[in-house]
Ligand binder design. Structure first.
Ligand SMILES: Nc1ncnc2c1ncn2[C@@H]1O[C@H](COP(=O)(O)OP(=O)(O)O)[C@@H](O)[C@H]1O
Ligand SMILES: [Mg+2]
Length: 307
């Protein structure tokens, strides 16, 4: 067997797992990234992140960390800051961009300040804040934990009674809850790689929205790429998504989730700074549509981190 050696990246620690609610997805994404690096001859080691991560990283010499952690602790600037303290280069967005993108309210505030379109919303910190929802928004609305991911703890809500139940559920994940105007329309996702938007993917699910089941279990979720937008529309969507990504100080790679309503107006939902990386995840799908295979994508992300 011809085993390639790819020495240009040195020894790479693939950080996966962790303790967030998205641990299971991270284990799968991380394994896929690790496998790709090994196939490409990179000296990679996979590390399931726990409280001793800095000690583990300092015990052996590593040249770079490939972060494949989703959610709290791994996608929110915490591990990024920890790696800065030991001067270990890492893939993707830095401390501030990670922290901002993880917080759906801070994200929206920055977009609003840049005149980028994002659905109206109410921040619910205390029960009394729920009274603002029918005053400021129209039913239906969507309830989200502010720092959530993978659609965990989210619900579409059509009335005040349902709102109370959804809020009680969402605040188990985060004490601050975002209630957002429900957008009727189509959903798209835009993968960003090296300051460039990859082909747009359209997501279609028979579920009420792209929930946890639709993301990871369902056989009925459909992904369309080409996405069905006209060339001009796709160009415009990509440009806004890239701007939305950049104003949050995100870099190198990620994914912007958007909706386009029935009047063809684009609404920005959120940015993922460490999106799923299994070989059937969305960023690899978009890269493939652009002629880039999974292994090449992984090497490109790694390469960006060292330059
Ligand atoms: N304002 C909205 N209107 C309609 N559907 C929405 C809205 N916000 C989110 N969704 C649905 O919920 C899903 C998850 O929301 P998102 O903000 O992307 O959070 P997550 O971090 O969990 O992916 C989206 O993919 C979309 O299907
Ligand atoms: Mg999303």
């Amino acid at each position: 067997m011809n085993i390639k050696k790819n020495k240009q990246f040195g020894k790479v620690a693939v950080l996966l797992g962790g303790s967030s609610s998205e641990r299971e997805i991270s284990l799968k994404s991380g394994q896929a990234v690790f496998n790709a690096l090994i196939r490409q001859g990179v000296d990679a080691v996979s590390i399931d992140v726990d409280d001793h991560i800095l000690q583990s990283l300092q015990t052996e010499h590593y040249d770079c960390a490939f972060i494949v952690l989703h959610g709290a602790g791994g996608e929110d600037g915490v591990i990024q800051g920890a790696l800065e303290t030991i001067k270990l280069p890492y893939t993707g967005t830095g401390v501030m961009g990670s922290a901002l993108a993880m917080d759906k309210i801070k994200t929206k505030q920055i977009w609003q300040s840049c005149n980028l379109p994002t659905p109206s919303y109410v921040v619910v910190q205390h029960k009394a804040d729920l009274l603002d929802v029918p005053k400021k928004l129209n039913w239906p609305v969507i309830v989200k934990p502010v720092t959530g991911g993978s659609s965990i703890g989210m619900a579409k809500v059509e009335s005040e009674v349902e709102l109370m139940v959804a809020w009680e559920n969402a605040r188990q994940y985060d004490s601050v809850v975002l209630v957002e105007q429900w957008i009727v329309g189509k959903e798209y996702t835009i993968s960003i790689l090296d300051n460039n938007a990859l082909p747009v993917i359209k997501l279609k699910t028979p579920n009420e929205f792209y929930d946890y089941e639709a993301k990871y279990a369902s056989e009925t979720t459909q992904y369309e790429c080409p996405c069905g937008l006209t060339e001009d529309q796709e160009f415009a969507v990509k440009a806004i998504a890239l701007q939305a990504f950049n104003v949050l100080d995100c870099k190198d790679w990620g994914r912007v989730d958007v909706m386009v309503d029935d009047y063809n107006k684009l609404w920005l939902l959120e940015v993922n700074t460490v999106p799923g990386m299994t070989d059937h995840s969305l960023v690899p799908m978009a890269a493939k549509a652009d002629g880039m295979g999974f292994d090449e994508l992984v090497l490109k992300i790694l390469d960006l981190s060292v330059h």
